[in-house]
Design a protein around this ligand. Structure first.
Ligand code: 2U9
Length: 344
């Protein structure tokens, strides 16, 4: 029996040394140590041994079982470690490899310009307001002192939807709505950026859809000098502290008196050159004191309140600031054009 046990030990250990597969090792465990395994069947025959032999053989059998178990466990552990090592090596990440570049977009130039102008006016106490692009004839024209038969109401200039509804031709109805909301009682400062629509033929300087930013300040004792100071601040912040402004008389139905504002040419500083067509000045926006009729229609007493208003084309501001010569570049979205204005 002793010889049998020794044979089992050496056969099992030989196999364990040779096998390189965990599954096969588990099968070896069953073959030698399982319920029907060869070691177990030898032990079953121990009943036939004498009293003296039994503990001796029992001890040998235990040693054989321990030797096989230890050899199996060690080999399985060794194979598992090797498998893990192999997997870790395969999954190694080289952190020194350069990353794949990610295409990062950026704000459209017009969006950036609007945000810049908003920040500037918010800093001067203005609120930013928006309103509908489909407007009523009343808010777009009537409330702004553009009565029936006024030439600006012409079908040639306005996209009418019905007799009463139209695509707004300016952002001024947002201001009319705000004044009505404040019921003729509250002084306020507001700007309203937004899209407007006009029946123009598109070319380098015209678009049937463009953007405006308009401003309105209503309070007691608002004067033309307040408008001039505000617009001077705007022009210098937007185009550079070395730029000057001038106001020229003009006409708008909703302001009286009305003005147009020029800034000094950045190329010739007022001397006259090609850029400013020899005048030394470039027109950038319009404005004026709110017409008493407009104040009155919106519920503000023109004897108590006065106000100034101004309006500018956002695209025009962007074109002048960045030297863009064709307004259509803003809408065709060629990334080569757009990318130039992305901040790093
Ligand atoms: C209310 C009262 C007055 C808004 C004004 C202008 C002058 C102006 C143009 C500039 C270029 C429009 O984009 S553009 O074609 N705008 O010159 N806008 S005053 O005046 C208002 C608005 C609302 C209640």
């Amino acid at each position: 029996m002793k010889e049998q046990l020794e044979a089992i030990r050496s056969e099992a250990l030989d196999k364990i040394v040779q096998v390189e597969d965990i599954k096969v090792l588990q099968e070896i465990r069953v073959t030698y140590l399982g319920k029907k395994g060869s070691l177990t069947s030898v032990l079953k025959g121990m009943g036939k041994l004498s009293k003296e032999e039994r503990p001796v053989i029992g001890e040998i059998a235990n040693k054989v079982r321990d030797a096989i178990t230890t050899a199996l466990n060690e080999k399985i552990q060794k194979l598992e470690e090797a498998a893990l090592e192999k997997q870790l090596n395969q999954e190694t990440i080289d952190v020194t490899l350069p990353g794949r570049p990610v295409n990062v977009g950026g704000a459209h130039l017009l969006t950036s310009i609007v945000e810049e102008i908003e920040d500037l006016f918010i800093g001067m106490g203005y609120e930013v307001r928006e309103g509908p692009e489909v407007e009523t004839d009343y808010y777009n024209f009537e409330a702004l002192n553009l009565p029936q038969n006024h030439p600006a109401r012409d079908m040639q200039d306005t996209f009418y939807i019905t007799n009463e509804l139209l695509l707004r031709t300016h952002t001024s109805p947002v201001q009319a709505r705000t004044m009505l909301e404040y019921k003729g009682e509250k002084p306020f400062k507001m700007i309203c950026p937004g899209k407007v629509y006009r029946r123009d033929t598109d070319d380098a300087t015209h678009s049937h859809q463009f953007r405006q930013i308009e401003g309105l300040y209503v309070d007691e004792n608002v004067r033309m000098s307040d408008l001039k100071g505000t617009l001077d601040k705007f022009a210098k912040k937007m185009f550079g502290e070395d730029r000057n402004i001038r106001l020229r008389p003009s006409f708008f139905p909703f302001t009286e008196p009305s003005v147009e504002m020029d800034i000094s040419c950045k190329v010739c500083h007022g001397e006259g050159c090609n850029v400013c067509k020899g005048t030394g000045w470039i027109e950038i926006l319009g404005g004026g004191m709110v017409h008493p009729k407009v104040l009155e229609m919106a519920g503000y007493d023109p004897k108590v309140y006065s106000g100034f208003a101004f309006g500018m084309g956002t695209e025009r501001i962007a074109m002048l600031k960045y030297g863009v010569s064709d307004i259509r570049a803003f809408y065709t979205n060629d990334v080569r054009f757009l990318k130039q204005f992305h901040q790093a």
